[in-house]
Ligand binder design. Structure first.
Ligand code: 5GP
Ligand code: ZN
Length: 123
């Protein structure tokens, strides 16, 4: 997509703080973090929204979800079991979809948000 900012990040036409890359996915730091840890996981293939995904994209969607806990752990946000069935730490995964879903960039992305609270605009 010619005018897509995240496609330009994939193509390295726009700089970003990349934290993970493989043949399918790119992950980088959000330019306007809402929390101490705020990463974005995107498919390299352009999909406008989560609702644009087709059955052939199930693999990439699964990879995005599987990558989130790995990156969260690498950035110090792994949930820590307390032995009583509860956890400290942790993170939020978020996919905003469409206008009413609060989506601003129309290239599918998953937010991974964590670190000590308070977080801006998120609970
Ligand atoms: P959305 O509201 O679409 O779910 O979230 C889009 C996110 O992309 C926002 O949190 C915003 O800060 C981030 N963002 C927008 N433009 C850029 C950019 O050029 N670079 C990076 N790293 N993040 C961006
Ligand atoms: Zn794109």
């Amino acid at each position: 997509m010619d005018n897509c900012i995240f496609c330009k990040i994939v193509a390295k036409q726009i700089p970003s703080s990349v934290v993970y890359e493989d043949e399918t996915l790119l992950a980088f730091k959000d330019i306007h973090p809402a929390a101490p840890v705020h990463l974005l996981i995107i498919p390299k293939v352009h999909l406008d929204t989560l609702s644009s995904a087709q059955p052939e994209h199930e693999g990439v969607l699964g990879k995005m979800l599987a990558l989130a806990p790995k990156l969260a752990a690498e950035h110090g946000c792994a949930p820590v079991p307390q032995g009583d069935g509860k956890y400290t730490g942790g993170y939020k995964t978020l996919i905003n979809t469409g206008a009413d879903g609060g989506q601003e960039v129309y290239h599918l992305h998953m937010h991974v948000i964590g670190g000590p609270k308070p977080w801006r605009g998120l609970s």
